[in-house]
Structures are given as C-alpha cells and as structure tokens.
Design a protein around this ligand. Structure first.
Ligand code: MSP
Length: 649
C-alpha cells in the first residue's frame, strides 16, 4: 500500500511567562482544527506545539518568586498543557526548549553556523537598566525608559555573537518572489519584502552574556544562545534533527505550515528561512500569519485588567462555544474582537438556535412519530433534491477553505447546510404530515433526510467542534463518520435508535450571564490588585527592648523650614525640642514645600550623632515612611498638639 500523504503543522512555542489568555489560545485552536481536518481527510499528521522557556524575563520572574527558572517553567508549562486539554487540542508532540534533545540540536546548529562563518563575535550596544539588570533595544524602551520598571536607562555594550543575515537576503527575496504561497496572507509578504528585506537586513544578535538562563554556547563560556536560534530550531529538533529523538525529518520536513500570530511573522519569514538556508535545509511550504483577537479595541493586558480567561468561558459555556467563537470571529488575516456580549449572542444564535434546534427538533420528531426508531426513506419528492444536492457540495467547499486556512469561511459553508436544513423543516412541515396516516411514508423520508443532513453536519463539524460532533453522533446513533462517507447521501442507518439527551447548547439568558461574568471579572481584578501590591522588604533581625531603648524618639514642632542651597533634595528645618531649637537637614524636598511643614508636630531621632550634610549641621533625623521606589513619602506626624520633647515609645 502506498504511504499516506503527510502533513506537518506547527504553532509557535509559547513563553511561559504568564497564564495564557484567550488570544494566545487562538493559534493553537486554529492549528488543532486544521490538524484534525487533515487527519479526517486521510493525512498522516504531525501537529507540534510547545513552550519557549529560556531568557532573561523568565529568569527574573523566577528570582522574584524565589525558585529556580526550571521550577518556575515546570509549573507554568503544567498550566499550559492543562489548558490544551481543556480546549481539546490534539497535538502529537509537545516540545519544551528545556528538553535535552532540543538543547543538543541548538548547540550543534550554533556550532555549525559558527564554523562555517555565518556567526561572528562582535558587541551588542543597547540600553541597560541597572536595577533590573537588563538590556533593552531602542525600540523596546517606553518613553525612553525601562519597559519593565519605568526607570531611566543607560547606554551599554556587551560582547555578543551575530548572525550574518545580509549574506542570504538576496537569495531569500528571490525565493519569496518565486514562491507566492510561502507567506500568507499576501499582504504580509509585501510588508516583509518592502519594509525589511529591501531596505537591508541588520545582522541578528544570537548570544548574550548578561544572563545565564539559556542554552550555553559550548565554545565560549559565559555566552548563552539568544532567543530566535533557540526558539525557531524547535520545529526541526522535534523531528530529531541532530539529536537522538526519532528521525522524522525525512517524513515530515519541510513543514506544510507554520501557523503564527502577526507579531512574529518577521521571525518566521526572514530569520528562520535564512537559518534554514545556512543549514542547507528546505524551507517550510508556508508561513501563515493570522490576525489578533482584540479586547476593548486593543491588546489584552494584565495591567489593563481586560484579560479574558478561556477556562472560565469553557466552564460556563462549554469548550465548543469557545472554539466556535475563536474559529469564526478572526477573519482571514485580519483582527477579530472579543466581548462577552458578542460571545454570548453568537453562541445563542449560531449554536443554540441554528444547530441546537435543528438537532433537538429532528430527534424529538423521530421519537414522537416513530418511537425513536430511525425510519427508512420511502417517498422522495422534488423538494428534497435541493437539500441533498447542497449537502453533497459542501464537503468540497469546506476542504477548499481549510486548505487556504480560511476557517471562518469553512464554518460559513457548514452553516449554509444547517440553515438549509432548518428551512427544510419549515417547508415540509413534518407535524402536518404526522396528522395524516397516508403521509406516513413521506414523513419518514423527511425525517430520514434531516437526520442524514445532520450526519453530514456532524462529520463536517468534527474538526472544529469535536465534542459537539460526538454528542450529535450519540443522539442520532450515527455510525458512518468518515470523510468518504460524505460522497453519498445515504449513510444514516434505518432501524437505529435515537436518544434525546440534553440540549447541545442551552439558550443563555444574556443579561444574567453578562452580570455573572462581570462579577467574576471584578473578583479577578481584585486578585490582580492584590498580587500587584509591592512585596514588603524583609524585616531586619530581632532586637531587644534594651536595643530599642537606645533610640531616643521625641516630638518636635517645626518652627522654620527652607531649601538647602545647591542641594535640590534637601530641606533645612529648625525644630523646637522642649524649648531647645535644633537644626535638622532632611531629604524630603521632593515631597514637601517648606511652608507645608511649618507648624507641624513631627518625630525626631533626638540622640543621633550630629553630621554635616552639604555644609549644614544636622542634629537628628525626622522620621518618614516611603515606598520602596521612593515615589511617595510622608513624614510621621502627631495629629494634635503635644508638649515638644514628649517621648515616642
Ligand atoms: N515564544 C514566541 C514564539 C516563538 S516561535 C518559534 C512567542 N510566544 S508568545 O507566547 O508570546 O505568543 C504565542 C502566540 O500567541 C503568537 O503566535 C502570538 O501572536 C499569539 N497571540 C498573543 N496574543 C494574541 C491575541 N490577542 N490574539 C491572537 N493571537 C495572539 O511569541
């Protein structure tokens, strides 16, 4: 027997830097629908997904949490795998860039590229944020400041290896022009050529020394492989390229499609092909860049508090309602929008009304008029032809749409059949036929045709809404679920028993559910707020009451206050300490105008050894509380008048 045709599809590997949201979920759900469809239509499929686990950001998060980077990624990867289970993702392999075999491949690739002169040592110039210990590129800065903490950054240099991208640019332009299907949609192709390739490619920084959570460069200790060589190689290391895993390169490479979000198309259509050219490997057949799912007109972000959690939706509405929305609402190559209201309304109209009603009405009528036993078709009429003809046409249309990754269009085709079937019920009026004993054969035919149309729908939906398809098969006792069975309109078995069961998609009370979801969101926001509260600095070591007693704290009244010349942080205060006037210099000029302090009762460390600050004598220290980053500060004050010199204990 001839070998099966193969199909290799990948998703990007996800950063385990936070819990995934519904937007991230999109790529994987779309890839899953395509992978299932290809299996159904006879392909030997390899569907790869995974996680991209190295880098400075992961290292920092782990440090903040007080765990090792590996412990941290293990924990998040478990949540990602759990999410894919919840979303019914049928991946064949899950790759982690911390897997030994992947590390092996990357080390060998890096060495080969270096040995053949494609990688050279140079220095990387960027912006450095000292408190965060991180390098940033000009474009990563936010208002010229560190994108993580918002503090000022300094120019800095670091030794690094670079990949000579420019060497392969002409060859790549030629390849892209000769293979119009390589970058899809077409608009993305023009963007890559005109905005990046033609103006000239900069060499890519491929190693770093300022952090160590990465794959070491074996021949130069202190360097770790930086981002893209590590991440992109996953597509071939998973197939056993240069490692001990099962050798699958011959079978599956080149990939049929890398499905990626629009933000990473450049890496997949420029850096990755150039890497492959340097490794003398064929390029993937296609890189498909999909649009984004937007919320409130923009990106989902934790800080905006508008992150939509797919698991909450699955728990409330079932996995297929979520899959349907994702697969239907992101049009070919452009962005889609998510709102709870649109989601609920779409679930009600397309799933509960169109699909759910068609199935429940049909099953209910077979039960009512034929005791739940599927009748055989006996009295065909002309009106049936339109439905049958349409059903027989739809599979090919769906296949064409999926092959172009136009998934919303594929679903639209299936819905044409669903809607036509509902119309067929209205046209044939089975309840009227049931009243007339002479029309029993006609009634049997109508219900058989409806059931067969539903069988078609179920097979067609199997890749998109697998759980729903299984439920339909159970209700109608469908046995023929192969793609080939859609070649003729006679696969429903007369004599089989149908079962009513629960509604596929119960109708949702829009207002009530919206209110519930809003309640959940508010709860989440509170949790985020709590989690974002700055961590308290660790307490100092314990002291005895005698130690404390050494510090003499007294109430003083501020008599005078003025700035210290040429020291913009300092204020000079004259304070009354039980009749004695003291001068204190305090670094609080950023927070108080001198006149705001005059007349206030504050607390003085009265027995602190006097010092000179900027030439001014300071006899003690005023107590104040501040945030860790010094963005806020308040002096400790006594709310009401108290004799100056009173002790604070
Ligand atoms: N680690 C890289 C990919 C390396 S692939 C060799 C990465 N990871 S990611 O976790 O940031 O993103 C994973 C995928 O989620 C990307 O395809 C990205 O475009 C997609 N999405 C992130 N937010 C999205 C939406 N709001 N909507 C749709 N997809 C989105 O990038």
């Amino acid at each position: 027997m001839a070998d099966k045709k193969t199909f290799y599809i990948t998703t990007p590997i996800y950063y385990p830097s936070a819990k995934l949201h519904i937007g991230n979920t999109y790529t994987t759900v779309a890839a899953d629908a395509v992978a299932r469809f290809k299996r159904l239509t006879g392909y030997d499929v390899m569907f790869l997904t995974g996680s991209d686990e190295h880098g400075q950001k992961i290292q920092r998060i782990a440090e903040e949490k007080g765990v090792s980077p590996k412990e941290y990624v293990d924990e998040i990867v478990a949540t990602i795998k759990h999410l894919w289970e919840v979303m019914d993702i049928s991946y064949d392999k899950y790759i982690r860039t911390t897997d030994d075999y992947h590390i092996d491949t990357v080390k060998k690739i890096f060495k080969k590229l270096y040995d053949q002169g494609d990688i050279y040592k140079g220095s990387y110039e960027g912006w450095y944020c000292t408190p965060c210990e991180s390098f940033w590129t000009e474009t990563q800065l936010v208002d010229g400041k560190c994108p993580d903490c918002g503090r000022p950054v300094e120019k800095a240099k670091e030794e690094a290896y670079f990949f000579k991208m420019s060497k392969y640019a002409d060859k790549l332009i030629e390849y892209i022009e000769n293979h119009p299907e390589f970058i899809q949609p077409e608009s993305r192709k023009n963007e890559m050529i005109n905005n990046f390739l033609r103006p000239g490619l900069q060499d890519l920084c491929v190693s770093r020394t300022s952090f160590d959570w990465g794959i070491p460069v074996e021949f130069d200790k202190g360097h770790v492989v930086y981002v893209w060589i590590d991440a992109l190689s996953n597509y071939i290391s998973a197939l056993g390229y240069n490692n001990e895993q099962e050798k699958l390169m011959e079978k599956y490479w080149p990939a049929d499609v890398h499905l990626v979000g629009k933000d990473i198309i450049r890496f997949h259509t420029i850096y990755w092909p150039i890497m492959l050219m340097a490794l003398e490997l064929p390029l993937p057949k296609q890189v498909f860049g999909h649009g984004w799912l937007l919320v409130d007109g923009g990106k989902m972000s934790k800080s905006k508090g508008n992150v939509v959690d797919p698991e909450i939706l699955v728990n409330e509405f079932g996995v297929d309602a979520v899959r349907y929305y994702l697969l239907h609402e992101i049009p070919f190559g452009s962005d889609g929008v998510f709102t709870n209201e649109m989601f609920i309304k779409k679930t009600n109209s397309d799933l509960a009304n169109d699909l759910g009603n068609l199935v429940s009405r049909t099953v209910a009528m077979v039960q009512k008029y034929f005791d739940g036993i599927m009748p055989a078709p006996k009295a065909k009429e002309e009106i049936d032809d339109e439905l049958i003809k349409l059903a027989l046409q739809i599979p090919k249309k769906v296949e064409e749409s999926v092959n172009k990754y136009q998934l919303p269009e594929a679903l639209e085709h299936i819905w044409t059949l669903i809607k036509r079937s509902n119309k067929y019920i209205d046209e044939t009026m089975p309840w009227a036929l049931a009243k007339d004993e002479d029309k029993k054969d006609r009634l049997a035919t109508v219900l058989y045709n409806l059931s067969e149309a539903i069988r078609f729908i179920s097979v067609l939906l199997a890749s998109f809404l697998p759980t729903t398809s299984d439920k339909i098969n159970e209700k109608l006792n469908v046995e023929l679920i192969s793609w080939d069975s859609l070649a003729s309109f006679d696969g429903t078995r007369a004599g089989s028993k149908v079962q009513k069961g629960d509604n596929l998609f119960p109708r949702i009370d829009v207002e009530k559910k919206l209110a519930q979801l809003e309640e959940i969101r508010q709860k989440q926001l509170k949790e985020i707020e709590k989690a974002n509260q700055p961590k308290m600095k660790p307490l100092k070591s314990e002291i005895t009451i005698d130690d404390f007693d050494k510090v003499d704290l007294r109430v003083v009244k501020v008599l005078e206050c003025e700035p210290v010349k040429k020291a913009n942080k300092l204020l000079k205060l004259k304070v009354d300490l039980g009749g004695e006037v003291r001068q204190v210099v305090s670094g609080i000029a950023k927070y108080y105008k001198p006149e705001e302090l005059i007349g206030k009762y504050v607390i003085l460390v009265a027995n602190l050894k006097p010092v000179k600050l900027r030439g001014e004598l300071s006899q003690g220290m005023i107590l104040a509380a501040s945030t860790d980053d010094d963005s806020k500060l308040f002096t400790a004050t006594i709310p009401q008048e108290l004799p100056t010199g009173s002790q604070v204990r």
